[in-house]
Design a protein. Sequence first.
Length: 575
Amino acid sequence: MLLAVLLLLLLLPLPDLWTANGHPLYMRLPPSTLQVLSTQGTQALQAAQRSAHWAVKRVAMEIQHRLHECRGSGPRRPKPQAPFLQDLPEPGPCGERRLGAANMTRAHGRIVGGSAAPPGAWPWLVRLQIGGQTLCGGVLVAASWVLTAAHCFVGASNELLWTVMLAEGPQGEPGEEVPVNRILPHPKFDPKTFHNDLALVQLWTPVSAASPARPVCLPQGPREPPAGTPCAIAGWGALFEDGPEAEAVREARVPLLSADTCQRALGPGLRPSTMLCAGYLAGGIDSCQGDSGGPLTCSEAGSRPREVLFGVTSWGDGCGEPGKPGVYTRVAVFKDWLKEQMTAPSTREPSCRELLSWDPSEEPPVDATGLCAFYARLCPGSEGDCARLAHQQCLQRRRRCELRSLAHTLLGLLRGAQEVLGSRPGLRRLAPALSASLQEPPVHPAREQRLYSGSRAAETRFQKPRPEHRGETKGCPGLEHLRQRLATLQGTHAWILQVPTEHLAMNFQEVLADLGSKTLTGLFRAWVQASLGGRNVVFSCLVGLEPTTLAHSLPRLLVQALQAFRLAVLAEEEP
Ligand code: ARG
């Protein structure tokens, strides 16, 4: 024991110690560790609010959608199974650029060799992000669909990690960040050759009419305009090969090249059946790393010129090198696949995000949205038996999704902690231990409901759908159920939704470990004092005191901090 304490002192020279007869009793974690905890905790708190906000927003939008449907087509039209997901490619306007943005700067200087685009110039251009970092471009092709390159998801196929940053407005109004519901890479995408380098990304909520984001037009036929047609590329990619990424969108004009020219320039790697190339054989102007998934559009003349998406940025040999034009996936030849994917969602397994935002304890137990109907489709039994079976399978998959999302959140936190603490403990062992600590204590729904109604911040920031006349509910099947779902969600998430932005931080003031309480796993009982969401919380938990055990114990500590906060909020609302 004494040896261990001595070792400890060597490893962590900073903490304060209290002693009795020369023996240390308590130890304080040093300010540098508290700082790490505070930074990580703030991120966890923000993420928790963001996902609660998204869950609520999605149901609110479903309500709007349902109402719109009922008003538009009368109550007798048969109800589609999952109306929210049946987001057809917009038949409405597409490919329209704002006046002023249309006369693009001629390409010079430096995507590679392009120029900065004015804000809002490319309303369909989106960024695909993980943890706030842009990894690829993408193109909005319908209210809920973004087209991008399949290679963007190699090694990062978990849709729960991705968000889409929609286009900013013409005055530089920031674009909206939307979670990803599904990633559908082309089934024949080959990561070695980049053949069929195309993926559809389904947004969690469709782009609203109020957003400055607008879809581009998809080609009508299977052919591109003739070689020599000047088309446009845009993105946030590197300014030159191995160079820094652009801070703002850049654009350039590049001519389409003939299949022959492409093949001669790039050799057998170029497959003219699914790839086209564009650019200058002289070099200098091209897309580059980070532009992948972004658009190659050509304008279609007419009384109102429209931009049509003919290519999705895919690969190149260097960037802007002489004789090496950029390669783009031919969108026109994938027309049928695109249409099929965007119109057939009811035959798909529910996504993790859908399952995670579904509350299985909800009454009535049969899910009205048809979420689990997928699992009943091959069931030979009676309707009742099949419904039960489907419900079971839904629950099972939901559990797997929960683990997936949990594991990622925690690994993210852990990695952050390690970076600062500089130790590299094995990551794998952690997740199971933590899933137990994350089980939320049950809270009576009515209590959380009350909490929500009492919280003004939540009501002003997360607008409830406007009250409609009761009559509308009657003629609109499913609406009442959706409303109830919304109310429940708002209730269960109220504790985090109500935290105003300025208080969305964790600040650890003290972690005091009892040196006499070492467990078999090398952890110590500690008292933690922190301010969280503008409130002081005190709780106890286990911490490690050596770099390795400490790093391991931090994510759990953060989870417990969140829980302590939640309980404090609930307790305060208790009459
Ligand atoms: N593969 C790159 C990316 O992931 C795009 C490269 C385009 N290169 C080019 N020379 N046009 O961002």
